[in-house]
Design a protein around this ligand. Structure first.
Ligand code: MEV
Length: 440
């Protein structure tokens, strides 16, 4: 029977079960038990086009956090082994010295309205000044577009307007104007709100400037809404066999210095921070791409891409740690309201405001970073990963239930004896295990 290589026409209009059935010829059967049914499937249909299911990403809880004096267990969703264990380990290092102290600016989301004009630089500068002069009128129009937000205490907070150098030769009369409007979005992530406001006021700005709108869209840079977390780790807690605590403190400070000096290292250093932050964002139904974009944009804000965290040796020889970044998360709206897992995650965190959630996530990022750096500058991270990696290879080779532990254990032992740590080895071990009569 020839295998169809295309989806049937009208795939979009099919019921979800029929869409799944249509996939069989192309990709094999979707395992129903792990790709959703009932509410989960219906939610997927409400959130995306052409839904065929959900993909299971592990949800876990990092324990032992203390953030601004409050003990917390933090929900994290991630497919990466060791992330939750490392966050919990990091949390305890900080908790021993009272935990994290955090702070956050107001929840400001910013929309950019970009306009084009048949104008030279002076005329554009004058148009930008017109916009600044009309700030109150524009602010009133923004608030008029967002009545429920204003009723909750949010709304227009300010604007910036300037010409934008897009590299056009000075002689041409094709100029670009950039207007940025700040809105306090309270507990929402805010992109939808400011996009609405931006589209609403674009025509007023066109009238004021004589320029034409090119586009109006949120900037995920979130530059005027930063979050900070800091904390202290006693040197003694960082000690490892063969590595006195004071050494580890100095090595972590040196490693952070490398991240500031070398963008290639900074990218990975920050990736480790985002292992924690993105996992909290995902568990709470937030837009992980917006959070990542904001963080990496901020890391490059000083001209070169640098570390999001900073470290120094404290007066008592301890490790002083800090992180600062924009963290555009919400606790209402969008997928957050629809997703029962997100709702559970927020309840676990005590139903925080969006800024509180951002502060907790920043603390998780810092805990994650310290745990990674501690491992990197001592025994390395592979040692801790070995056992989990072996368990995953065992699972991939077909082991289930108790077999996973047995095969993983033998895989680690055989790797130590020189066999490859590979799925084929795991498969061999599994076949041998199954061929061994019970009791042997
Ligand atoms: C792995 O997901 C994260 C690390 O590479 C972070 C780092 O290198 O700092 C361990």
């Amino acid at each position: 029977v020839p295998v169809p290589r295309t989806l049937p026409g009208g795939f979009r209009k099919l019921a979800v079960d029929d869409r799944r059935a249509a996939l069989v010829g192309l990709a094999g059967t979707l395992p129903l038990e792990s790709t959703g049914s009932g509410d989960a499937l219906q939610m997927a249909e409400l959130l995306v086009e052409n839904a065929v299911g959900v993909i299971p990403i592990p949800l876990g809880v990092a324990t032992g956090f203390v953030v601004d004096g409050e003990a917390l267990h933090v929900p994290m969703a991630t497919e990466e082994a060791s992330v939750i264990a490392a966050a919990s380990y990091g949390a305890r290092l900080f908790a021993a010295r009272g935990g994290f102290v955090t702070a956050a600016d107001a929840a400001i989301a910013t929309v950019q309205i970009i306009l084009q004009a048949d104008a030279n630089r002076e005329e554009l500068a004058a148009a930008a000044a017109q916009v600044r002069t009309a700030a109150r009128r524009i602010g009133a129009a923004v608030d008029a577009a967002l009545p429920t937000l204003v009723a909750r205490g949010g709304g227009f907070r300010g604007l910036f307007a300037d010409l934008l150098d897009t590299g056009e030769p000075g002689e041409t009369r094709a100029g670009t104007l950039k207007v940025e409007i700040d809105v306090d979005v309270r507990d929402a992530m805010g992109a939808n709100k400011v996009n609405t406001a931006g589209e609403h006021v674009a025509s007023l700005i066109e009238e004021l400037t004589g320029a034409r709108r090119l586009m109006a869209i949120v900037t995920n840079a979130s530059p005027r809404s930063l979050v900070r977390a800091q904390g202290n780790v006693a040197a003694g807690l960082l000690a490892r066999p063969g590595w006195p605590g004071a050494d580890v403190v100095h090595r972590i400070v040196a490693a952070a210095g490398v991240a500031d000096a070398d963008p290639h290292r900074a990218v990975t250093h920050n990736k480790g921070i985002m292992n924690g932050i993105s996992a909290v964002a995902l568990a709470t139904g937030n837009d992980t791409r917006a959070v990542e974009a904001a963080a990496h944009g901020w890391a490059a804000a000083r001209g070169a891409y640098q570390s999001l965290s900073s470290y120094q040796v404290g007066a008592d020889g301890s490790l002083e740690c800090a992180i600062e970044l924009p963290l555009p998360v919400g606790t209402v709206g969008g997928a957050v309201d629809l997703n029962p897992v997100a709702q559970m995650s927020l309840r676990l965190l005590g139903d925080p405001s969006s800024r509180r959630l951002a502060r907790i996530a920043a603390a998780v990022g810092l805990a994650q970073n310290v745990a990674a750096l501690r491992a990197l500058v001592t025994e390395g991270i592979q040692a801790g990963h070995m056992r989990l990696h072996a368990a995953r290879l065992a699972f991939a080779s077909g082991a289930r239930g108790d077999e996973v532990d047995v095969v993983a254990g033998e895989l680690v032992a055989s790797a130590a004896a020189g066999s490859p740590m590979a799925r084929t080895t795991a498969g061999d071990l599994l076949r041998r295990l199954r061929a061994t009569p019970a009791g042997d």
